[in-house]
Ligand binder design. Structure first.
Ligand SMILES: C[S@@+](CC[C@H](N)C(=O)[O-])C[C@H]1O[C@@H](n2cnc3c(N)ncnc32)[C@H](O)[C@@H]1O
Length: 270
């Protein structure tokens, strides 16, 4: 079952890529999922919230704006480059270096435990989910998002097929890793197996927006681990191929609005 497959990717990027992730990838793509996750988890004023694999902190910041002065939010990530950017953007948030498989938090310390677009990178997903359950208070909420199944992604299916055709095995491994938690039923089972009561498991349609196809490809490459894995020649071929596969999602002014489905699961700590 794909959700328990051993992943070989952990989305580690250097500082320059983390800065670009924050300035380009977050507004183009991740912000909408931070909002969807906070809505689904009903993040309310005064809540104590944990953001697992927080990256540059879009979920933690969205939470901070919702919980107000009486709430608390902690972000945890493995990558110090991501945390450096997160702290620069919002120095007031408690960001901690740590592994999802061994979270640096107390038992039951959070009303809400969130993780956006990261579970597919954890080497031991059942363990990470048990850690998220451990961090949640009795009656608390756990909610997460991951990319939906690749074969149902109208724009990304063709894009990934094209890009993996040009890139080497290392790059192909990353592009396929994004979608390894795409099986919604399997994901639901995985969350339940961590001792959580699943309250919702849905596919949420979203959009990946970019001002142009070239900007789309630049973001996909330069704010991800791909930036260190492909040659300039392969980069050019992916850029050229993207103009073809993204043509149905490109407006006359050149702007791209590529549909992207996400699996969103919510659960309650018993
Ligand atoms: C695609 S980014 C998502 C970041 C953020 N949640 C967002 O929505 O922008 C995936 C993140 O997972 C983190 N990550 C990967 N494996 C991890 C692990 N075992 N423990 C903690 N963080 C991890 C990476 O460092 C990266 O910041």
């Amino acid at each position: 079952m794909t959700n328990t497959a051993e992943p070989s990717e952990s989305f580690q990027i250097p500082l320059e890529a983390a800065e670009f992730y924050e300035s380009a990838f977050v507004p183009a793509f991740f912000t909408q999922w931070a909002d969807a996750l906070c809505d689904a988890a009903d993040v309310a004023p005064g809540a104590r919230v944990l953001d697992v694999a927080c990256g540059t902190g879009i979920v933690a910041r969205t939470v901070a704006d919702r919980i107000g002065p009486d709430g608390t939010v902690v972000g945890v990530d493995l990558n110090d480059a991501m945390l450096t950017v997160a702290r620069r953007v919002r120095p007031d948030i408690d960001y901690r270096s740590g592994d999802a498989g061994s979270l640096p938090v107390e038992n039951g310390a959070f009303d809400v435990v969130l993780s956006s677009m990261a579970l597919m990178f954890f080497p031991d997903r059942p363990r990470a989910l048990r850690e998220m359950a451990r961090a949640a208070a009795p009656g608390g909420t756990v909610a997460l998002t991951v990319p939906g199944a690749l074969d149902a992604q109208a724009a990304f299916g063709p894009f990934v097929t094209m890009a993996t055709g040009h890139a080497g095995a290392d790059a192909a491994s990353l592009l396929s890793a994004y979608f390894t938690c795409g099986d919604l039923a399997g994901l639901r089972d995985l969350v339940a197996a961590a001792g959580l009561d699943v309250t919702g498991a849905t596919v949420v349609p979203g959009v990946y927006r970019a001002p142009s196809v070239d900007a789309f490809v630049t973001t996909e490459v330069e704010s991800t681990p791909l930036v260190e894995r492909i040659s300039a020649e392969v980069y050019d071929r992916i850029r050229a191929g993207a103009h073809d596969v993204l043509a149905p999602y490109t407006a006359p002014d050149g702007a791209v609005a590529a549909p992207f489905d996400v699996n969103l699961v919510t659960a309650r700590h018993p």
